[in-house]
Design a protein around this ligand. Structure first.
Ligand code: URA
Length: 441
């Protein structure tokens, strides 16, 4: 097969055959197709798209390019959850223990943060001693002990996707529904779960900036999941402002603890409960409750200490420490460094999530390149959110650094200006943001 013909087929908008897609993924994995030809095909896919059959074949070939996890040791339906990424997204550390209260088993493979979205692995690593490099052989023991395990992705999970993702990152070809959908679903399918709940984020802090595109991505992933024999549901959630009150690793894990002791913010609670309810339903553990009853039960368990007990189990089983105060021991103590105040009176009408995500990375909470070290204590705390009435001079948010911070005071000042510019105050009260935009089954 001649790879140039494959590029030309896609360039002229023709659907690729299964054989052509197989040839492509094999050539990517065994490095027989040069990067410039792969990049040309990726750009043709960005411009001319793929149909459901092509996306499914691409997904399955990428999934099979490495190890396929066997979760047959899980007693019951193993359900996976995945977020398309966001700013302040601390939902996984809440969903895992909440699911465990319903006896829903979760094997969660997560990534590190790159770009303005944070990574769940980095967040768990901000708990001192927490081991995120669990070997496949140990998964059954953790599942037996606590019903949950969280681990970094191994290099042999969908290696073709890793190669393609690295190229997409530097060739302007990340932003494509077929490529995002197949990238995410290949890892989910190789991960082995029978059922998948997708949190498709929508807004300035997400890949999909508006509802129409978020729905297209959700439907593409559901169609791949169904064709691959996995029960798949997508929840479209708002990411037009940061989720909850914090961005940054220790700060977000502190917020997780706040939620679990009943002091969480409403948007985080709503998203965590909706995703858990969907996972519980797919696992067949909904006890015959209606959706509203199930959400109410999730809310109760999330905030009354039931999920907290499971959260402790998860932390202790993976090597973390719980202090006598009941809070986890974190690797670093964050310090509040600078406050951002309202420059006017009125209503907060916008907090640009992408700018806040970038500011948080610049503070040290994330990485600009894969090899960057993060400052676990760095981040941003919000005291006011969209829709709140504020008076000139009120503190809106604060910037934090850890003990071993990596930026100087001058840089801190520039970031403060960037954060301040990302917050709009208007005279008119904005329409309330709904945390859950839609559920697509
Ligand atoms: N997350 C992924 O895993 N892949 C993408 O392409 C985008 C987000």
């Amino acid at each position: 097969m001649n790879f140039v013909d494959i590029i030309l087929d896609k360039r002229y908008g023709r659907a690729l055959s299964d054989e052509q897609i197989r040839f492509f993924v094999k050539g990517v994995t065994d490095k027989t197709i040069p990067d410039y030809q792969i990049s040309a095909l990726l750009m043709a896919i960005v411009l001319n798209g793929m149909d459901a059959r092509e996306m499914t074949t691409l997904t399955m070939e990428m999934a099979h390019s490495g190890q396929m996890n066997d979760l047959s040791y899980v007693d019951g339906v193993a359900v996976d959850k995945h977020s398309t990424g966001g700013v302040g997204d601390k939902i996984t550390p809440l969903v895992l223990p909440l699911c465990a209260t319903f006896d829903v088993k979760s094997v969660k493979l997560s990534g590190r943060g790159l770009g303005f979205t944070g990574g769940t692995v980095d967040k768990f690593e901000s708990i001192k001693g927490f081991n995120v490099q669990v070997s496949q052989e140990d998964f059954p023991r953790y599942i037996k002990e606590t019903g949950m395990v969280i681990s970094g992705q191994t290099p042999d999970l969908a290696p073709a996707d890793k190669i393609l993702y690295a190229l997409r990152d530097v060739t302007g070809t990340v932003d494509s529904i077929p490529l995002i959908a197949s990238s995410i679903m290949s890892k989910k399918i190789a991960g082995g779960a029978e059922a998948i709940v997708l949190d498709v984020t929508c807004g300035s802090g997400a890949f999909m900036k508006d509802r129409e595109h978020a729905e297209q991505l959700a439907r593409a992933m559901i169609s791949i999941g169904e064709l691959a024999g996995r029960k798949t549901v997508a929840v479209i959630t708002d990411m037009d402002q940061p989720l909850g009150r914090t961005c940054g690793n220790v700060l977000e894990m502190q917020e997780v603890h706040e939620v679990l002791i009943g002091r969480g913010s409403e948007d985080v609670i709503e998203v965590a409960c909706e995703l858990t309810a969907q996972m519980v339903k797919l696992a067949g553990k909904d006890m015959g409750l209606s959706h509203d009853e199930l959400i109410a039960e999730c809310r109760r368990r999330l905030t009354d200490g039931t999920a907290l007990a499971k959260y402790y189990d998860l932390i202790i089983s993976q090597g973390g420490t719980i202090l006598e105060s009941g809070a986890p021991l974190y690797v670093e103590k964050p310090f509040e460094e600078m406050q951002v105040s309202a420059f006017d009176s009125g209503y907060i009408s916008r907090i640009e999530a992408d700018v806040i995500g970038h500011a948080s990375v610049l503070l040290g909470a994330g990485r600009l390149t894969k090899t960057d070290e993060i400052d676990p204590g760095a981040g941003i705390c919000f005291y006011r959110k969209v829709g709140d009435r504020v008076s000139r001079g009120d503190v809106l948010c604060s910037l934090w650094r850890g003990e071993e911070h990596r930026i100087d005071d001058e840089k801190l000042f520039d970031i403060m200006e960037m954060v301040s510019d990302a917050i709009t105050i208007s005279e008119e009260k904005p329409k309330p943001h709904k945390a859950i935009i839609d559920v697509i089954e």
